[in-house]
Design a protein around this ligand. Structure first.
Ligand code: GLC
Length: 462
């Protein structure tokens, strides 16, 4: 058990992060908004999947804020059911970043015209369950939620196979994941060519069916479809309409039939009209573990051959976003690349309950304990180095507070070894930043020295 004192400190810090990032007000036309920005000043707007994660944690502290966050997200959507990836409420997109947001024009849009991993119905159900003070919350938005999931099926599944497609890599939220390199190439999220990808979609008015028909850079993403199926199941329970459950089951079957690679024991995203499998092992390949219908033999292979494999995903801290065995794996910080190795807390949040469900309790405890250590040492950071546990990128990052949900929310049921008091002070953060920068520099020098030595060996005659 994590002792009560440490849990109380973690909870207090999580609450402080969410409260500090909370923004509310009214637009000039009177429209109210209330949401948590992921991490100011870098992330000042409302992001779709971040908001869902924030609401899931807010429900343990102030369910009224959880409800307002989700209502605000719905309010940012269109009448036809489309909900943007990013919504600009209080602040417009800054001029430097504006060209890289997938908006219709360079100025004046309220939100982007592309999507993000659609888990809204799942978050809605979790928040509704913690809203005895407002029982009508569970049903007040059913029409809007139906429209949203119907929009996704209509616009993002033109081949009707039950799997929805993304047309920009960041629509999954896994922006620069190496699994997309082969598809988007020079238009990858971290390269200048991404601007052209956005521009090209702008020219087709973000009509996803037209974009999918005209260009081959689109992906049936495994993780996106896992969350989509989980959300459809939640929607079926909220609406008591079994057709959404049937749709979830269809998506789940399609994942197993089309994305599962029995030889490698992993799920692959499918790219383009010919459904080319993207054979790069990332945490997304393991995401189907969260599906209630996943056949047990598949689950055990994912867990034993990958998640718990010491050369693949069994790292000292959290769960790496890319298998440590992949040549593209990078554990440390990079300004534009963040899904190529670092451990993120939302990954742990999705996969750890599945580990428990299949009986791997001590491994689940070990991973959660490692995340507690990360947060106690460095605070709620955007992501962490899975090898040495350094806290990286944005500070006071909203969805990292999902750790509280894993600890049983209000009660705190996690079993973890005791290992010292909560730190996360400014001094510790400065120390960890220095260590991170020095560590990265040293690793780069080592890599260069090794490459130079290898080149010299190749040049040596005989
Ligand atoms: C980064 C992440 C994305 C997230 C956004 C806001 O772009 O890759 O998943 O939604 O930041 O936190």
């Amino acid at each position: 058990m994590i002792d009560r004192g440490r849990l109380a400190l973690l909870r207090a810090e999580a609450h402080r992060v969410l409260a500090g990032n909370w923004r509310q007000g009214n637009l000039a036309d009177g429209t109210p908004y209330g949401f948590t920005c992921p991490a100011p000043p870098r992330y000042r707007h409302q992001w779709y999947w971040d908001s869902c994660f924030h609401a899931i944690v807010w429900r343990h502290f102030q369910p009224a804020r959880a409800r307002e966050e989700l209502r605000t997200l719905m309010r940012g959507g269109r009448l036809d059911g489309f909900i943007p990836h990013t919504i600009f409420w209080s602040d417009g997109a800054g001029w430097r970043r504006a060209p890289f947001y997938a908006t219709h024009s360079l100025r004046g849009d309220r939100g982007t015209a592309h999507i993000q991993t659609p888990l809204l119905a799942l978050a809605w159900e979790l928040v509704a369950a913690q809203s005895p003070d407002e029982p009508e919350f569970a049903t007040e938005a059913l029409d809007g939620l139906r429209l949203h999931y119907d929009w996704l099926a209509r616009h993002r599944d033109p081949d009707g196979d039950g799997l929805i497609s993304i047309i920009h890599p960041d629509e999954s939220g896994l922006d620069d994941s190496p699994k997309y390199d082969a598809v988007f190439g020079w238009m990858s999220h971290y390269l200048p060519g991404y601007f052209w990808l956005v521009e090209r979609s702008r020219r087709l008015r973000y009509d996803s069916r037209a974009i999918i028909a005209r260009y081959d850079e689109h992906v049936e993403d495994v993780m996106v479809n896992v969350f989509y199926a989980l959300a459809l199941r939640a929607l079926a329970r909220l609406t008591r309409d079994a057709s959404y459950r049937d749709r979830a089951v269809r998506t789940e079957h399609a994942l197993v039939e089309r994305c599962w690679d029995d030889e490698r024991g992993l799920f692959w995203d499918l790219a383009g009209s010919d459904h080319t499998p993207l054979r790069v092992s990332t945490w997304s390949s393991l995401a189907p573990l969260a599906l209630p219908s996943l056949p047990e033999p598949i689950a055990r292979r994912l867990i034993e051959e990958h998640l718990l494999h010491p050369r693949r995903y069994r790292a000292p801290f959290g769960i790496p976003s890319v298998s440590m065995e992949e040549p593209s794996f990078r554990a440390g910080w990079h300004l534009f690349r963040c899904w190529r190795g670092p451990s993120w807390i939302n990954t742990v949040w999705l996969l750890v309950p599945a580990l428990r469900r299949f009986g791997y309790e001590s491994d689940a405890d070990r991973i959660v304990a490692s995340c507690i250590k990360l947060v106690e040492r460095h605070g709620f950071r955007e992501y962490y180095n899975p090898l040495n546990g350094e806290g990286l990128a944005a500070r006071r990052f909203g969805w990292s507070t999902l750790l509280i949900d894993l600890l049983g929310g209000a009660e705190g049921r996690a079993r973890t070894p005791s290992d010292g008091p909560f730190v996360g002070s400014v001094r510790d953060e400065l120390r960890s930043m220095g260590a991170e920068a020095a560590g990265e520099a040293a690793r780069r020098l080592n890599r260069r020295a090794a490459a130079a030595a290898a080149a010299a060996r190749r040049l040596r005659p005989g």
